[in-house]
Design a protein around this ligand. Structure first.
Ligand SMILES: *Cc1c(COP(=O)(O)O)cnc(C)c1O
Length: 466
């Protein structure tokens, strides 16, 4: 065996013990870890001949990169929609690397990992109070989940037109209706060859909302004169966490024939809170749903799921089938994820999710979700009652979208955010909402406390009083 490999094999106990100790040190100081770093370094482009072994590699990593590892998994990283990692999810994630299973088939391939994935999907459906007529699988993020769902939607459109787009390629325009699609939806349409220009924008309802206007939706549907279309609706927009009216959309399904996709990357978690789950009423009638796990479920990157109605399993297999052999029989008979989603070989991404679900259960997730919402409301209350700030929209769930009060201060918004993020005690992201420059703080981290919110408010006041 190669000398370095052999040395490391002999030392594997102490190597992994060293990592365990270093990892724990990081987790313990996570709340105080800077949330941004200005550190950069010149890129090394020369690979050493002989290798230096795992321990020296760790030393080199610690010298060159470790200091710039930011506390994005910590309690005051409110940029984008960034989750942390529960203890049990790290347990599952470490084991997923160690077991290193290639998760594909539920039988006949000698391992059980795909069955763990199927079970985890069932547990998630239970967490989200969704019916069991959805099949699902794990992908890397909500972007790939949207891609997967819309890939099957594309095949459904073809079927309505008597075409097999998976085989023939797209030969006709595919009509997409949506009000406030996430940027990754647009990206997916581009990757799928549907084209990002195919989106017909539907109006939102009046009153500072991002929810689709059902009357306008009906008009836009009628203008398609019976042609099949895909409706992409929002289960939580990123600026104001608004939801489309799923009950009304559900009723439209009786009248019109369309594929209904919901991007509920983080909004799906409203289902965990009895006080908030009504925003999802009717979503169980969608054809496909996107949910991120590395956001509000608080498992490590990269982790998301898709749910697609079981009745579409043939379309799904037509879209993702890996073999060129003509499709035979029921795809669930000898089920393999190989023919069910974009990737072929894949890690046991379900394991961190399985661990965290089993460890904390429905009550644990109700706590995480309701705590996040409470923290958002706390920051929202401060902003609403402070002379220097104003909310751009009411705090509906877990996101605070705000700006500096007064039109005359619009030009100061970016500078304020730069100064706030430079404290490295908190991180928020810029946005534009209703033509105004704003700032978003999204709460999904399980470790965020009232003290964290108070600390950030102090920093905000400090900057304003400079
Ligand atoms: C975050 C997000 C996405 C994209 O998710 P990734 O995990 O970054 O791929 C898509 N839709 C919504 C609503 C999101 O919040």
């Amino acid at each position: 065996m190669n000398e370095q490999l052999n040395n490391d094999l002999q030392k594997i106990d102490s190597l992994l013990e060293t990592i365990r100790v270093q990892g724990l040190e990081f987790l313990h100081q996570l709340p105080d870890r800077p949330t941004s770093s200005k550190y950069t370094k010149a890129t090394n482009e020369i690979l050493n001949e002989e290798g230096i072994g795992g321990l020296n590699a760790l030393q080199q990593f610690n010298q060159t990169f470790e200091q710039a590892m930011i506390g994005s998994a910590g309690p005051r990283y409110w940029g984008f929609v960034t989750g942390g990692t529960t203890p049990a999810s790290i347990m599952g994630d470490w084991l997923a690397s160690i077991y290193d299973q290639n998760t594909q088939a539920t039988k006949g391939q000698g391992d059980i990992s795909a069955m763990i994935e199927v079970e985890t999907i069932r547990l998630l459906l239970d967490l989200f109070r969704l019916p069991k007529d959805f099949l699902g699988g794990f992908v890397t993020g909500a972007t790939m989940s949207n891609f997967t769902c819309l890939g099957v939607a594309r095949q459904w459109i073809g079927k309505q037109l008597g075409k097999d787009f998976a085989k023939e390629g797209i030969t006709q325009t595919i009509h997409i209706l949506s009000a406030v699609p996430h940027s990754s939806v647009i990206k997916s349409l581009s990757m799928l060859g549907i084209g990002s220009n195919s989106v017909i924008k539907v109006n939102v309802v009046d009153g500072n909302r991002e929810s689709i206007d059902i009357e306008d939706l009906k008009l836009k549907i009628k203008s398609l004169h019976g042609q099949p279309f895909i409706l992409i609706s929002s289960g939580g927009t990123v600026n104001t966490v608004d939801f489309d009216d799923f009950r009304s959309i559900m009723k439209l399904k009786d009248e019109f024939d369309f594929w209904w996709h919901i991007d509920a990357a983080f909004g799906a978690f409203a289902a965990c809170s009895p006080a908030h789950q009504h925003v999802l009423d009717g979503w169980e009638h969608a054809d496909s749903i996107t949910v991120d796990c590395h956001k509000w479920l608080n498992v490590p990157y990269d982790n998301a799921v898709f749910f697609i109605k079981e009745k579409h399993k043939i379309l799904q297999t037509e879209t993702f089938q890996n073999s060129n052999a003509p499709y035979l029989g029921d795809p669930l008979e000898n089920f393999s994820y190989l023919n069910f989603l974009p990737e072929n070989s894949r890690r046991l991404r379900a394991l961190p999710v399985w661990f965290t679900l089993i460890a904390y259960g429905k009550t644990g997730y109700q706590y995480i979700v309701e705590n996040s919402i409470e923290m958002a409301k706390t920051l929202g209350n401060f902003i609403e009652t402070n002379d220097y700030f104003e909310l751009l929209s009411p705090v509906r769930l877990n996101n605070v979208c705000f700006t500096l009060r007064g039109e005359e201060n619009q030009h100061k918004v970016s500078d304020f955010l730069t100064q706030l993020n430079a404290t490295a005690k908190v991180f928020m992201t810029p946005t534009v909402y209703n033509g105004k420059k704003g700032i978003r703080a999204a709460f999904v981290n399980w470790r965020t406390t009232k003290e964290d919110v108070a600390l950030v408010i102090d920093e905000m006041i400090n900057i304003i009083s400079r």
